[in-house]
Ligand binder design. Structure first.
Ligand code: MD3
Ligand code: FE
Length: 193
């Protein structure tokens, strides 16, 4: 796991996120058990991550609009590929970017990302807006996690053995980011298929 502090430019990414959200709006997805996820989500790229009564999976169309997910902006691809290379994973070619939007007090419980085909591919994550406490656990869910503070523009790369670690986000504390207001955004680049 490599942390590149203040590595991405939040203002550039904000404009791109706003344009994507016009085509594929942020929405609160449901879980198989009928609950609602705390973060609003949307995706860009050839696949998008979806959760509903049938479970979690990647879909090539946005179920909300029936259209393909918007293409990943070139600047997203360059950012993800450059960050992965910097962390020792050259040639990363993500086919999806999941965008999570957390309002204050929203978080994400400890989980591992297991819906992708090839765990040899890294994951690149970009934090934007309000700060957050990221929890990094172990290979088992009961292992006590350690905390990493994340700020707007920070980029994390998870590759190799770190790819399957349990991880989560503590509930976001109230605040007002100069660009993103009362929200935290996270871009997660993955190779899904
Ligand atoms: C470590 N998102 O969308 S990103 C997720 O900040 C997710 O929105 C969090 O966990 C967020 O699945 C954390 C950092 C992250 C993403 C994927 C990982 C860390 C990871 C996969 C393996 C290990
Ligand atoms: Fe995750």
């Amino acid at each position: 796991m490599v942390l590149l502090r203040r590595w991405a430019d939040p203002a550039t990414l904000l404009a791109l996120i706003q344009a994507l959200a016009e085509q594929a709006p942020f929405r609160f997805m449901t879980t198989r058990r009928g609950g609602k996820l705390a973060a609003a989500m949307t995706s860009a790229g050839a696949s998008g991550w979806v959760s509903d009564a049938r479970g979690y999976r990647y879909e090539s169309r946005d179920p909300l609009t029936g259209q393909s997910w918007p293409a990943m902006p070139d600047a997203f691809l360059v950012l993800a590929d450059t960050a992965a290379a910097e962390a020792g994973f050259p040639g990363f070619a993500p086919d999806t970017c999941l965008i999570n939007r957390y309002a204050v007090r929203a978080g994400m419980g400890l989980h591992r990302d297991g819906d992708e085909r090839d765990f040899d591919q890294p994951i690149v994550s970009v934090s934007l807006g309000l700060p957050a406490v990221f929890l990094v656990g172990g290979m088992e869910k009961d292992e006590k996690p350690f905390s990493v503070g994340l700020e707007s523009g920070d980029v994390l790369v998870f590759g190799g053995p770190a790819r399957l670690l349990f991880h989560g986000i503590r509930p976001v504390k109230p605040g007002d980011d100069p660009l993103f207001g009362p929200f935290r955004y996270n871009l997660t680049f993955r190779r899904a298929r």
